[in-house]
Design a protein around this ligand. Structure first.
Ligand code: HEM
Length: 285
């Protein structure tokens, strides 16, 4: 399961990496915060910015053949940077690379995992609203590059419509969307019009989280509540790993034209993505 609560701001790391090495107070802040030491270390200022000119020249000469990558995952492309930040926000229980501590009672409830059909229906309805919104945004393409992300094969809206129809046929009443889905959908709409880098962070996290942890959840719910029926939500037309790779390639290409500040701004948005997706996931319980 994901970190289902917001965690402390990692913003310093992205905006002001130099503060890490210059202020003892901030050192304490980083160590006491939920941000992992490994993550804060990785975002330290590049050596060349801290060294006297002479030393810096030596560094750049030795690194000329093999340029040093300053951000975790950077060498593989921007998606790997987004993935790195996202994986740290999982708990260890959720994923091997997770580093978020499980502290609060609510998270313990999530760990115990007692899903109900009513809760699951709420989750599916709110998820559909979020996917409707994402898929509408790329269709409209207020920023022309959004059009790259049409018809990727990862779309979930129609699949969810089929699943909800199936539940209806089984005699269940389909609820109206609830606050977590409505709020997230509004946020996505606004970001997509004003802040494309932040929007892309949500786009990545929503589709990729569903293909990983989302599927695990689907399997568990199917076992416990649906006599192992596999919902359409968890089926893709074509080879999922290839579909994901195609989207990774497009995201990497888009981010190539972003400045470092724009990339950092995108990475900073990851926490918000976990917060809102976490609120929707929690509807299952
Ligand atoms: C119950 C909740 C969750 C569970 C159990 C879970 C678990 C996992 C697991 C097992 C992986 C695969 C790790 C690997 O590649 O080895 C993963 C990947 C990932 N998760 Fe989660 N996760 C959850 C929620 C979330 C949430 C809320 C988000 C963000 C909205 C998120 C974002 C991601 C991303 C971006 C990846 C990388 C996918 C990829 O590289 O293809 N996850 N998760």
């Amino acid at each position: 399961m994901a970190s289902l609560t917001p965690i402390s701001k990692t913003q310093f790391l992205f905006n002001k990496p130099h503060l890490k090495s210059s202020s003892p107070c901030l050192e304490t802040f980083f160590q006491s915060s939920l941000v992992s030491k490994r993550l804060s270390f990785q975002f330290k200022v590049p050596i060349s910015d801290r060294m006297p000119l002479k030393a810096a020249t030596v560094v750049s000469a030795t690194t000329a053949e093999k340029p040093k990558k300053r951000y975790p995952g950077e060498a593989k492309g921007f998606v790997e940077e987004m993935r790195f930040v996202a994986m740290k926000l999982h708990t260890r229980e959720q994923a091997k690379e997770g580093e978020k501590e499980v502290k609060e009672k609510e998270e313990e409830a999530v760990r115990k995992w007692e899903p109900t059909i009513d809760g699951y229906l709420k989750f599916l309805v709110d998820s559909k609203l979020v996917y409707d919104t994402l898929e509408g945004i790329v269709e409209k393409a207020v920023f022309p590059f959004y059009a790259e992300f049409r018809n990727t094969g990862l779309e979930r809206s129609e699949k969810l419509a089929k699943d909800l129809e199936w539940f209806k046929e089984q005699g269940y009443t389909i609820p109206e969307p609830s606050s977590p889905g409505v709020t997230y959908s509004q946020i996505l709409q606004e970001l997509s019009e004003k802040d494309p880098q932040a929007f892309i962070c949500h786009f990545y996290n929503i589709y990729f989280a569903h293909s990983a942890g989302g599927r695990m959840i689907g399997r568990k719910v199917a076992e416990q509540l649906l006599e192992k029926k596999e919902l359409e939500f968890y089926k893709w037309d074509g080879d999922l790993s290839q579909l994901l790779q195609n989207v990774r390639d497009k995201l990497n290409k888009v981010a190539e034209s972003w400045t470092r500040e724009e990339k950092n701004h995108c990475l900073e948005e990851t926490e918000k993505s976990f917060k809102h997706s976490g609120e929707i996931l929690r509807l299952i319980l």
